[in-house]
Design a protein around this ligand. Structure first.
Ligand code: PEP
Length: 276
């Protein structure tokens, strides 16, 4: 595995937050898929300016972690309890024990499909932090909520319920993923401007909690991210990376998306806010 060099001279200063590009494999893959994926990443130049995280199904966490690729490994969910009579569930400390350093929590496929409430999500974030995991907290409105004009209210409600449980000192351990539900797996992406507006709102809320830590929290965009739209999204000031579903199943596409955010981090891709 080789790693490309950091900022080229004369380009914009690297952003103070290293972007994060996380792949959510959802309920896809098998051991052979993991082996092929690992082989592809070993042959690739992994961007050093971006933190890469892969979130396979729980049963493949150990295999991916053992490959020791030098990237983050994440679960897709945790239970809010550390142990107990919860058939079929997995505790945060178990995810950690399998080699994960991250977990996604609050994905809309669980909030909506499995009726997870804001409070359950907050309990899960608390459990993940207790277990020493970093957490990608997903928030996002449905199409009906956006059309009713309540997108911001919904996202802030979801975020506030979690933030109420995150001690200020742990703020740096979370990343927030804004994932409009209408853009997930639909091929329909929020425009960079729509996404940036929501990210700025999330940032403002984080700043209210702790101005200094808020600037180091990555706010990821998720919803049909592709190598093509990633370059546009990466130009926005508060879009600090991506949570990628479908496109992360192809290691080439995943790395091309990471490449777009690496260019932003090294200054090769000027942010719109910087006047490009
Ligand atoms: C996701 O599931 O988090 C996601 C963003 O999926 P997709 O990229 O396939 O829309």
């Amino acid at each position: 595995m080789t790693r490309e060099s950091a900022a080229a001279p004369g380009l914009r200063e690297p952003a103070s937050r290293n972007p994060i590009v996380a792949g959510n494999w959802k309920m896809n893959g098998d051991h052979a898929f993991v082996e092929r994926y690992v082989a592809s990443l070993r042959e690739a130049d992994l961007p050093s300016a971006v933190e890469l995280v892969l979130c396979p199904p729980t049963c493949y966490l150990s295999a991916l972690a053992r490959a020791d690729l030098g990237i983050g490994i994440g679960g897709q969910d945790v239970h809010w309890l550390d142990a107990g009579p919860c058939t079929g569930s997995v505790a945060a400390r178990m995810i950690r024990d399998c080699g994960a350093t991250w977990s996604i929590v609050g994905h809309s496929e669980r909030r909506i499909g499995l009726s997870e409430s804001d409070e359950m999500v907050a309990d899960k974030v608390d459990a993940a932090l207790r277990a020493g995991l970093r957490v990608i907290v997903c928030v996002g409105e449905t199409l009906a909520e956006r059309e009713a004009g309540s997108a911001e209210t919904v996202v802030l409600r979801q975020l506030d319920t979690v933030l109420a449980r995150v001690p200020e000192a742990a703020l740096a351990q979370i990343a927030v993923a804004y994932e409009p539900v209408w853009a997930i797996g639909t091929g329909r992406t929020a425009t960079p401007e729509v996404a940036q507006a929501m990210h700025a709102l999330v940032r403002a809320r984080l700043i209210e909690m702790n101005a200094e830590s808020a600037m180091s929290v990555c706010i990821l965009y998720g919803g049909s991210v592709t190598p093509e739209n990633a370059r546009l999204l990466a130009r926005e000031q508060d879009i600090d990376g991506a949570l990628v579903g479908g496109a992360s199943l192809d290691p080439g596409d995943f790395l091309r998306i990471a490449g777009a955010f690496a260019e932003r981090a090294t200054g090769a891709l000027q942010s719109r806010a910087a006047g490009a």
